[in-house]
Ligand binder design. Structure first.
Ligand SMILES: [Cu+2]
Length: 209
């Protein structure tokens, strides 16, 4: 009887450990899966939804790559360099099709992966640099390591954080020579009036909360 109880307890602990995935694992899958609040339940359902899920939630495609940070006034951005029919993109968006807006003073934590056959990077630069270098950091620490060479799909994700301390219009660009010029840039705005971050894509604008 006691040993049977032990087996049951073992199974329960094993399931609990499986469901409670480490944070970096859930981050790594965010680009392909819904955001954290729904990815927990998704994990138990073997995470088959993907970004083309037709669950009827308007948030599926537009929220897959961001989430509120655990600390106050923090936004997590899970960006990936990937090519599609429109060329080189961040998460499928290029040439300004994606606009991320954060209130001034917020911290952005970026998790960047390469999902392409060529190297990519990301950095946050002045708006007038969006279509070509030389690039400069718009905020202290807003260019990732290996910004100019990029990382490959075989490389581990790059994490970095910066505080958007000046209101204005900025851009997120790939620093690999030629990529921003070819369209691998999107918009990053810092608002003096916004109360929460927003993500704008051709699908619409979603407030992050
Ligand atoms: Cu690139």
């Amino acid at each position: 009887m006691i040993s049977a109880l032990g087996v049951v307890l073992g199974i329960v602990l094993w399931i609990a450990a499986y469901v409670k995935l480490p944070n970096d694992v859930t981050h790594r899958n965010l680009a392909a899966n819904p955001p954290i609040e729904s990815s927990v339940s998704n994990a138990t359902a073997t995470a088959s939804a993907g970004s083309n899920s037709t669950t009827g939630s308007a948030s599926t495609s537009t929220t897959a790559f961001y989430s509120p940070g655990s600390a106050p006034k923090t936004l997590n951005l899970n960006l990936e360099g990937i090519s599609n029919d429109s060329g080189m993109t961040f998460n499928g968006y290029n040439k300004g099709a994606l606009k991320v807006t954060v209130p001034v003073g917020w911290t952005v934590h970026v998790h960047f992966v390469d999902k392409d056959a060529m190297p990519h990077s990301v950095g946050f630069v002045p708006w007038n640099e969006r279509t070509g270098g030389p690039f400069s950091a718009a905020f202290p620490g807003s260019l990732m390591d290996k910004f100019e060479t990029g990382i490959q799909s075989s490389d581990p994700p790059v994490e970095f954080s910066f505080t958007a301390d000046k209101a204005g219009q900025y851009a997120m660009v790939c620093g690999v020579p030629g990529h921003a010029t070819a369209g691998m840039w999107d918009e990053f705005d810092v608002s003096a009036t916004a109360k929460a971050p927003t993500i704008t894509t051709p699908s619409g604008t979603v407030t992050v909360k």
